[in-house]
Ligand binder design. Structure first.
Ligand code: C5P
Length: 219
C-alpha cells in the first residue's frame, strides 16, 4: 500500500560532544524507530532512516544515514526531503554545549566544580512540520513523558505542528526505554486512541497500517 511513497524516519539518541573525548547522551535504544522504518519498508515505502548512535544494524533495503548529533540529524533529514511521510522517533538531545572545548576539559584542582553552558538544539520534528511546500504530507512525532502523558502530548502536538503524536510513559518502572514493549496513545486533531501494551515491532506495524489507511483517505 505504500509503494511509490517516500518515508523519512529518525531513530536513536544523539550524542552531543562536550570536548574531543566526552559527550552527553540518553538511554534511547533506537528499537522503536528501526522497527517503524522496517514496517514502512515492508508496506512498500522507499525509506530513509536517519539514525543516532545505536547498537542496531542497518536494515537491508533501507537508505541508512548515521549521524552523531542533533545538528547533523537535522541536515540529514533536510537532505532526505521531499518525503510523503516523516516519523520522528529519535530521542534528540534538547541541549548541546554552547562552545565545544577543542581540548579535553581538565580538572584544575581536587575540589573544583565545573559549569557548562548549554544552548538549545534545533527541533527536527517542529522544523519538518513547518517546511512549507516541502512539508511531508504526514508528520508524526513521539512524546516520551514521565507524568501527565496525555495532556503533555496534546500540547506537544500543537506546539510542534505535527499531525499525530504517539505518546508513551517512559518512567523507569515501565521498562519502555531500551525494552521490547511499548504502551502508546495515538493522538491526532480528533482525539486519543489507547493502544494495548505490545512489542515495539507490533506497534510499528500498527502505525504503518494506520499511515497507509490515512494516505489512502487523502488521495
Ligand atoms: O520535545 P520533546 O523532545 O518531548 O519531543 C519529542 C518529539 O520531538 C519526538 O518525536 C522527537 O523525535 C522530536 N524531537 C526532535 N528534535 C528535537 C527534540 C525532539 O525531532 N530537538
Amino acid at each position: 500500500p505504500l509503494s511509490g511513497l517516500k518515508a523519512l524516519v529518525t531513530a536513536g539518541p544523539t550524542h552531543e560532544a562536550l570536548d574531543p573525548v566526552r559527550y552527553i547522551a540518553n538511554h534511547s535504544s533506537g528499537k522503536q524507530g528501526y522497527a517503524i522504518a522496517a514496517a514502512l519498508y515492508k508496506l512498500g515505502a522507499e525509506v530513509t532512516l536517519v539514525s543516532g548512535p545505536t547498537q542496531l544494524k542497518p536494515i537491508p533495503g533501507i537508505q541508512h544515514v548515521d549521524i552523531p548529533s542533533a545538528q547533523e540529524m537535522l541536515s540529514a533529514c533536510e537532505q532526505a526531503l521531499p518525503a510523503d511521510i516523516a516519523v520522528c522517533a529519535a530521542a534528540v538531545a534538547d541541549w548541546r554545549v554552547a562552545e565545544q572545548s577543542p581540548e579535553k576539559i581538565k580538572k584544575k584542582s581536587d575540589q573544583d566544580v565545573t559549569t557548562l553552558n548549554f544552548i538549545q538544539n534545533p527541533d527536527i520534528l517542529a522544523t519538518l512540520s513547518k517546511q512549507g511546500p516541502k512539508r511531508p504530507g504526514l508528520v508524526i512525532g513521539f512524546a516520551a513523558e514521565t507524568e501527565k502523558v496525555e495532556s503533555n502530548a496534546k500540547s506537544k502536538l500543537k506546539r510542534k505542528g505535527c499531525d499525530w503524536i504517539l505518546a508513551n510513559d517512559v518512567s523507569p518502572d515501565t521498562g519502555t526505554f531500551g525494552g521490547e514493549n511499548n504502551t502508546l496513545l495515538m493522538i491526532d486533531g480528533n482525539g486519543t486512541d489507547r493502544w494495548n501494551k505490545m512489542t515495539k515491532d507490533a506497534a510499528a506495524e500498527k502505525l504503518s497500517r494506520r499511515i497507509a489507511d490515512q494516505l489512502k483517505l487523502n488521495t
